[in-house]
Design a protein around this ligand. Structure first.
Ligand SMILES: Cc1cc2nc3c(=O)[nH]c(=O)nc-3n(C[C@H](O)[C@H](O)[C@H](O)COP(=O)(O)OP(=O)(O)OC[C@H]3O[C@@H](n4cnc5c(N)ncnc54)[C@H](O)[C@@H]3O)c2cc1C
Length: 359
């Protein structure tokens, strides 16, 4: 096992960590980014089918209240388009009875991104040096040492994969996940650990589906694709079609709490049956269907996230400090944002704050 010395280590390659990397690269700082998964993006996940990217994590940004995302979209040369909402919605009561209702327009208007949300991450990655991102590098320990921090990569039940030494770290993952999966030496204070554990990880308890079609038959009968159900398995449904109209989609959230959700195949069969009831025979026969249960993801959710959180995360560290250990350790990640914590916008603002504190 070797020991490397680096100026800054970013832990976590979700939007926040990747944006922090982009900001450090723009300032010509030396750094590496350690990502536990075999991919970057974290809660952003957009598998591709015939040039269309199905968002299984975030799908919307709100240009009217998300100035940083809006600017980033423009800077990266990406293009957004408003959520399709023309037509009526469907409502399914607890007893399964279905009604057609007036739709609820999103307020402020939500926009989707051509190329899926992953295009934000791809755009940022294209602007940082290739060799700084290390995938399959789960951090299991962080130690305060003289003049900096030591980071140990690996699994708790295995020999460490490597150790790295740095002047400072930016921890860009949900605080609750960090408190539950990383060992800190010296111990973090009781109050800070509690603040980390109590800060719920936004949407970590959710499961999302995305069904793709060649045609949008629901639109032909005056439906917008918007649907709400009290009996499930889906609780909320939206039209997720591409702007170019080459592929159409229905997408949304499972309404069943994580602990009561069945395995993937059983869930998909139940979702297809519900789509048939709500939108007709064709809706039950997509060309492709994706289902992703975030509550089962080791590098997103903890056991505290198995009940869906309805309040936006609030990270309340002692004295409001998001930098500790004599300013060698800086928190980033959307949950630590002062404003719009939990959202993509918060991922960017928390990264900006951490980078400013670290340089
Ligand atoms: C289903 C769903 C729908 C959503 N919808 C929206 C939406 O429409 N609009 C919106 O604004 N937001 C939405 N969100 C929230 C949005 O996804 C998050 O705000 C954003 O992606 C968080 O980015 P992040 O970098 O802070 O955290 P994450 O994306 O969670 O990134 C953390 C990274 O750290 C890595 N990691 C974890 N543990 C370790 C470790 N020990 N060592 C190294 N790396 C580690 C993870 O693999 C991950 O890549 C949604 C989220 C979900 C799940």
């Amino acid at each position: 096992m070797y020991m490397e010395k680096i100026d800054t280590i970013i832990i976590g390659g979700g939007l926040s960590g990747i944006y922090a990397a982009f900001l450090l690269a723009a300032k010509k700082k030396s750094f590496v980014l350690l990502e536990a998964r075999s991919r970057v993006g974290g809660r952003i996940l957009s598998p591709e089918h015939q040039g269309f990217f199905a968002d299984l994590g975030p799908s919307w940004y709100w240009p009217m209240i998300n100035p940083k995302i809006k600017t980033l979209v423009q800077t990266m040369g990406l293009k957004g388009y408003p959520q399709f909402e023309t037509g009526q919605g469907r409502f399914q009561a607890r007893d399964g009875h279905v009604e057609t209702i007036e739709g609820y327009p999103m307020e402020p208007p939500g926009w989707r991104l051509n190329g899926g949300m992953i295009s934000l991450v791809k755009g940022l990655c294209a602007r940082i040096p290739k060799d700084v991102i290390r995938l399959n590098h789960p951090v299991c320990e962080i130690q305060r040492i003289d003049n900096g921090v030591r980071v140990i990569v690996g699994r708790h039940d295995q020999e460490p994969k490597c150790r790295l030494k740095a002047s400072k770290i930016i921890l860009a993952l949900p605080p609750r996940l960090a408190a539950g999966s990383i060992l800190f030496t010296p111990d973090l204070s009781h109050n800070l650990t509690q603040a980390m554990l109590k800060s719920s990880t936004w949407m970590a308890g959710q499961a999302k589906f995305f069904a793709l079609y060649d045609k949008a038959d629901w639109r032909k009968i005056g439906l917008s694709g918007q649907g709400f159900s009290l009996c499930g398995p889906l609780g909320e449904i939206h039209d997720g079609s591409s702007e170019s109209n080459r592929l159409y989609g229905l997408t949304g959230f499972v309404g069943i709490p994580a602990l009561r959700r069945k395995n993937k195949e059983t869930m998909i069969q139940a979702i297809l049956a519900q789509l048939t009831i709500l939108y007709g025979q064709e809706a039950g026969q997509p060309v492709r269907i994706y289902y992703h249960d975030w509550a089962r993801e080791e590098f997103t959710a903890t056991e505290y996230d198995q009940r869906a959180a309805h309040n936006h995360p609030e990270f309340l560290p002692p004295s409001g400090k998001t930098s500790i250990w004599d300013d060698t350790f800086h928190f980033a990640g959307t949950e630590t944002a002062d404003h719009l914590g939990g959202y993509l916008e918060g991922a960017l603002s928390s990264a900006e704050r951490a980078v400013l504190a670290a340089i």
